[in-house]
Design a protein around this ligand. Structure first.
Ligand SMILES: C[S@@+](CC[C@H](N)C(=O)[O-])C[C@H]1O[C@@H](n2cnc3c(N)ncnc32)[C@H](O)[C@@H]1O
Length: 247
């Protein structure tokens, strides 16, 4: 990413040269395709896009109250994958509206199948790039809590520029969080955890809200163990949770 132009109260304008994801196959197993066709209208928000299907066109801010049919504190999840954390954590917060951005279509289809099975109704998903979503759909200080659990690690040094959590992304997230709002992150990649701390600890709009003097946060009690997290643990990696508050 290039450096953003920051204007207080507005999303920084980020001219992205690389994205945190690559286009993957959209092929789905028949069971997930059926879930997609049957349930997408209940859970998936369609928005105008630019050149690619995961992009979002500027100039069409989301009417969040209309999307959820009520006004409630807004939680945003970035990259829920197949929705393992999303479903459990949204179910535990019926008082909140949970909006999730996931670029991977089969993941979205699995997530809406899980939501339907669990009868969770306070979630809407966009099959879209979260950077475009935060930039173009959501207003300043509109988000109460934001979750970034196990973002793609891009372990090779030449790919580090694809990592989602960098200063430009932190500027964008903080512009969308309400004062006092929380940003919770987790990763099982030690150098990514350190990169997150290096970017977020000194960020002028954030306070590290971890209670432990080490600065690493306790695991959120109801954050379930996902397939990605289990894979990291099986490979001997240490999971780090991080918690920041918007000043
Ligand atoms: C490693 S997976 C983790 C999934 C899930 N959070 C978990 O813990 O099981 C990261 C996910 O982030 C999604 N992703 C990456 N960049 C994204 C972006 N810019 N916007 C939305 N989703 C993104 C990927 O498609 C992938 O599903």
């Amino acid at each position: 990413m290039t450096e953003p132009t920051h204007h207080p109260g507005r999303a920084p304008r980020v001219q992205r040269e690389v994205t945190s994801f690559v286009r993957r196959s959209t092929r789905m197993r028949p069971v997930h395709l059926r879930a997609w066709e049957r349930l997408r209208h209940a859970y998936v928000i369609e928005v105008p896009h630019r050149a690619t299907s995961t992009s979002i066109a500027p100039g069409h801010p989301l009417d969040v109250a209309a999307a959820f049919g009520r006004t409630a504190p807004l939680v945003v999840e970035i990259g829920p994958g197949t929705g393992e954390s999303l479903v459990a954590m949204a179910a535990a917060r019926p008082e909140a509206d949970v909006l999730a951005f996931e670029v991977y279509l089969p993941g979205v289809a699995r997530a809406i199948g899980r939501l339907h099975e669990a009868e969770v109704t306070n979630v809407r998903l966009l099959q879209s790039d979260a950077v475009d979503g935060l930039t173009h759909l959501l207003g300043p200080a509109s988000v109460q809590e934001l979750w970034t659990f196990f973002p793609d690690p891009w372990p090779k040094v030449k790919h580090h520029k694809r990592r989602l959590v960098d200063r430009a992304f932190a500027d964008l997230v903080t512009s969308r969080l309400r004062p006092g709002g929380s940003w919770r992150l987790a990763t099982d990649w030690a150098d990514y955890a350190i990169q997150m701390r290096a970017v977020l600890d000194p960020h002028p709009a954030l306070v590290n809200a971890a209670t432990d003097p080490s600065g690493w946060a306790d695991r959120l009690a109801d954050r379930p163990l996902t397939r990605f997290e289990q894979r990291g643990i099986d490979a001997g990696r240490t999971v780090r949770d991080l918690h920041y508050r918007r000043r």
